[in-house]
Design a protein. Structure first.
Length: 381
């Protein structure tokens, strides 16, 4: 592909930095509450190289449990809302704060921190500015596209988490291939150990219960499945703004004996081990962490062919992909997967191998650290 991959950066020799001190890295995000992005930030705190990098985290909005966990791991967290009125005033406010922290690298995450962070970071003379785009749902309005393009020109590198997101970054931001470096998300494969699929016709999905996850389509698909396979069961793990709506829909479809709403849970690896396969009905994805986690424990996959999902799921070796927002096709894929029960173990083993090889959190963080050094070496010449 034309976009630079992280592996290409790692193969290039990185000259040693003349400065022997640890490099100060700031991760700038909108929030530090429950979510996939926030889980990755916790992993940055947990798995970074402490001999070479010193990490701090700034949240421009709400903080919660992930912020507390980052602090327990020894990394400072700053809750710093931009309270100034007007864009220029907010850029000035953030620039003043960043300048006082003496950062070598500013690493922004998603749209709001990208715009304000990139402009403020350049004004504060931070040597390296990196931006990670965690999904493809951005740039819906002209103003959003303009802000993304401006911030991306100021940033030293834009990092999409999937090839699909990378294409959108280049299209919206009018970016060259050299500006964009794809680094796939990763998960902690030691936490999500291989257990293999359970010997039950039970599927699981782990998701925020929000519109983009399109769980209405999943419930409609389950209704079609149980008409043919009445023993089928679905576990829905997670919470969100659509929970009441989804529970009402489940009742209307008379799915109570077949669908369990388990809410927020902290025992996800154990729940995944109780399912035969994983199912997702999302309308959009970057690189889905829950999909990676399911494959890591050894579950075959039925998912929608959106965003980065085709980069994760290899058909038919590790699962099946179907069009989004199509209950009939999703139901057909679930039924076929149930009929392939004898193949689940082998599919799960191949899924685990793929995660170990390409989606390991430690590899992801090493890729980012190599990118930091690469950019710093270039900017300091």
């Amino acid at each position: 592909m034309s976009t630079i991959e992280a592996s290409e950066i790692q193969t290039k020799p990185i000259p040693e930095m003349t400065d022997s001190r640890r490099l100060r890295v700031c991760h700038l995000s909108l929030t530090l509450c429950t979510g996939g992005l926030e889980r990755l930030l916790v992993d940055f705190a947990r798995y970074h190289n402490p001999d070479q990098f010193e990490l701090e985290f700034i949240a421009l909005g709400e903080t919660g449990q992930p912020a507390e966990e980052i602090q327990r791991l020894g990394c400072p967290v700053f809750d710093y809302p931009l309270t100034a009125r007007g864009k220029l005033a907010r850029i000035s406010q953030l620039s003043h704060f960043l300048k006082g922290r003496n950062y070598d690298v500013l690493h922004t995450h998603n749209a709001y921190p990208h715009f304000y962070g990139s402009l403020a970071g350049r004004r504060a003379k931070i040597p390296a500015i990196i931006h990670t785009r965690h999904g493809r749902r951005f740039g819906e309005t002209f103003n959003e596209r303009l802000q993304f393009a401006l911030a991306s020109r100021i940033a030293d590198r834009v990092v999409p988490v999937s090839d699909d997101t990378g294409k959108r970054c280049k299209q919206i931001g009018w970016l060259t291939d050299r500006k964009v470096t794809r680094i796939w998300n990763g998960i902690d494969v030691d936490r999500f150990v291989f257990t293999g699929p359970a010997d039950d016709l039970t599927a699981i999905t782990v998701s925020r219960l929000s519109p983009e996850k399109d769980l209405i389509t999943m419930l409609e698909a389950v209704k079609l499945v149980i008409d043919t396979l009445p023993e089928f069961q679905l576990m829905i793990v997670g919470d969100g703004p659509e929970r009441t709506k989804l529970e009402k829909k489940s009742a209307e479809l008379h799915l109570e004996p077949h669908v369990q709403f388990l809410g927020e849970r902290n025992d996800i690896p154990n729940l995944l081990s109780q399912a035969g396969f994983y199912v997702s009905s999302s309308l959009t994805e970057g690189i889905s962490l829950t999909l990676l986690e399911a494959m890591s424990v050894g579950l075959p996959i039925v998912a929608t062919a959106v965003g980065g999902n085709p980069e994760i799921v290899q058909q038919p070796d590790t699962g099946t992909l179907v069009p989004a927002a199509d209950p009939a096709q999703l139901a057909d894929a679930i039924l076929v997967m149930c009929q392939q029960k004898a193949d689940w173990q082998q599919m799960g083993q191949r899924a685990r191998q793929r995660i170990e090889q390409h989606f390991n959190i430690r590899t992801m963080i090493k890729d980012y650290e190599a990118l930091y050094l690469n950019v710093l070496t270039t900017t300091r010449k």
